[in-house]
Design a protein around this ligand. Structure first.
Ligand code: SER
Length: 602
């Protein structure tokens, strides 16, 4: 049994994937930015399908029914696992989608062909492949159909039935979901050969096999955590982690030895001046620094800045954790930012904004490291004192955060290493009092958002478009969306503007939106070429994320007045008449040059 090592690098694999699916009728989309534009249910895109939720739920996609891309993703819920062979907080997901077009037969065939074809795909060894399929439960039957299809390609005894815990996929408590079939690859040098299900499960535990692809058959819908029935159409959502594919192709037993990380690991070793750690600790620390700085670079390139809330908090936490492990390695103070250009090199021609934003990236990393270092030494003294006293109260943990800049998770990690506890509940109470930290750490924020398609959320989404048009009318064309977060209760909207917006202007914007509501406008969806939309003055940020043909949503009154025209993925109300009364309840600064408003419909 050969251990495949074809010499293909990350760039070639990404390209082969896109070409393979383009040849099979898929439109290739650019990656959406890491921060979802209109979806408050998550802080970052955590899967390739996330930006496509409205389309999986039925909105027609302007590029058609077959799509493929390589999507930038961030998942930090397993941050403490980083340092092992496979965990990384930033990764790219190669994916292909069928929006009510092909289903299991073609999805499985193409997954298998891409993985094993030497000419068009990856040329992986079929004898190292294992497959799992859904065993069935009260929500959906055993997936015999997928099993039968797989038997055309795989010996039956290497296809294992698994429960929903393993083989049911959904992006959260709400939205499209379904049973999946997953492909695993044997990365050992000896080769595992045929395995019983029990042997296979323990190989999985040992990370001797790694999941390299997941085909989700999305024909169900979840609401509030429960499967409530079938969607109007049968979709396919596939995802394959590029970093893991690389391990399989390049014959490595961990992601950090693949070409994507290799120059970065070399640079870290170069910067390390010999810390005091043991060899195992060094390997772990090197991987943590590499992973966290890489993720930070990608976040900053997509506009995230270190802060104490939401995405900014995750970025801060990653950078501060990287500083701590840089010290384990003896990496010189103020040198973490030197890793950024090495990281950017791998994404030239793929995500060019990483190189374009290098100035911002280096500055942000440098400043965050500097800020943290100013208090780090005293903070470590303080935490050491608390640890030797035997416990850390919530109030003390809060002081470590507010005075010494220690993210709570870092305090918990220090404490755990010494086997003592931190009163997290008390910390949270203390925190709420100071109203700063979001529930960062797990990207899953709260239920709802546009994915839930709820009436109130949808109406607030339409109101948000009108508000942006109003802000541009009274504050000028320099105003653009910088972020948006909509729940059933309110819309929170960030936009570019250099100074405070006075109440009398907010009143005018309110009146503008309410006029559009009272005139009972119609919301029209038009598909047009991106250049035509730009030429017509259609509003949009992140133009580069959209395909050549875009959906333009406009709000037009019966007398022909156009109140808003904006690029969007929907959903919106059909008519504005019953939305309620629009009110802007708050205006504040969030960062330099960015203002935030909160508004409601009453
Ligand atoms: N959404 C699925 C996953 O993330 C397949 O892309 O695994």
């Amino acid at each position: 049994m050969e251990k495949t090592s074809t010499g293909m690098d990350s760039r070639e694999i990404r390209q082969r994937f896109l070409t393979f699916f383009e040849k099979r009728g898929h439109a290739v989309l650019p990656s959406a930015p890491l921060v979802p534009e209109n979806d408050p249910s998550v802080l970052f895109n955590t899967a390739g399908m996330q930006p496509l939720v409205p389309y999986l739920m039925g909105t027609p996609h302007p590029s058609g029914k077959r799509l493929a891309n390589s999507q930038k993703c961030v998942r930090t819920q397993d941050i403490e696992e980083v340092g092992d062979k496979t965990h990384d907080t930033f990764f790219e997901m190669l994916g292909n989608w069928s929006l009510g077009d092909y289903f299991k037969e073609d999805a499985i065939k193409w997954s298998y062909e891409f993985l094993t074809s030497k000419e068009e795909g990856l040329g992986l060894d079929p004898a190292r492949l294992y497959v799992t399929v859904f065993e069935g439960n009260d929500d959906a039957p055993r997936d015999n159909e997928a099993f039968e299809i797989w038997k055309k390609y795989m010996p039956e005894h290497r296809i294992y039935f698994m429960p929903a815990k393993n083989n049911w996929w959904s992006p959260g408590d709400n939205g499209p979901c379904g049973p999946d079939t997953e492909m695993f690859y044997d990365i050992t040098s000896r080769g595992l050969g045929d395995m019983t299900k029990e042997e296979y499960l323990s190989a999985d535990d040992r990370q001797d096999v790694v999941e390299i692809w997941n085909d989700v058959f999305m024909e169900y819908e979840k609401k509030d955590g429960k499967v409530i029935g079938k969607l109007a159409m049968k979709n396919v959502d596939t995802g394959s982690g590029l970093e893991r594919i690389l391990m399989a192709i390049q014959g490595k037993d961990n992601v950090f030895d693949t070409d994507l990380f290799e120059p970065l690991m070399r640079k870290i070793k170069e910067l390390a001046k010999g810390g005091t750690a043991t060899t195992t600790d060094i390997v772990r620390a090197e991987r943590i620094v590499a992973d966290h700085v890489r993720t930070a670079v990608m976040m900053i390139a997509d506009g995230v800045r270190p802060s104490n809330t939401d995405q900014g908090y995750i970025l801060r936490r990653l950078l501060r954790r990287a500083v701590r492990y840089a010290d384990v390695l003896g990496v010189g103070h103020g040198t973490l930012s030197e890793l950024a250009p090495v990281i950017a090199e791998k994404y030239k021609g793929v995500y060019d904004n990483v190189t374009e934003k290098m100035g911002d990236i280096v500055r942000e990393i440098w400043e965050e490291e500097d800020k943290f270092r100013k208090t780090l030494e005293r903070g470590i003294k303080e935490i050491t004192r608390l640890i030797s006293a035997g416990s850390i109260s919530g109030v003390e943990a809060f002081t470590l955060f507010s005075t010494y800049g220690f993210p709570i998770e870092m305090t918990e990690e220090f404490a755990k290493e010494k086997g003592i506890s931190v009163d997290r509940a008390e910390f949270d109470i203390e925190f709420k009092k100071h109203q700063a930290l979001s529930r960062a750490g797990a990207e899953q924020k709260f239920k709802g958002g546009l994915a839930d398609g709820g009436e109130k959320t949808t109406a607030l989404h339409t109101a948000t478009h009108l508000m942006l048009a109003g802000l541009r009318k009274y504050l000028g064309d320099g105003v653009h969306q910088a972020g948006s977060n909509i729940t059933e209760e309110r819309t929170r909207f960030d936009f570019t503007y250099p100074q405070k917006v006075e109440r009398d202007v907010l009143d005018k914007v309110e009146a503008y939106v309410n006029e559009a509501i009272s005139k009972v406008c119609t919301v029209k969806i038009e598909q047009m070429k991106k250049e035509d939309a730009k030429a017509k003055g259609v509003e949009g940020s992140f133009w580069e994320k959209y395909p050549d043909v875009v959906n333009v949503y406009s709000v037009v009154s019966p007398d022909g007045t156009q109140y808003s025209a904006e690029l969007c993925g929907g959903p919106h109300v059909e008519q504005t008449g019953k939305m309620g009364k629009f009110k802007i309840v708050k205006e504040e600064a969030v960062a330099q040059g960015i203002r935030r408003v909160k508004a409601v419909l009453e």
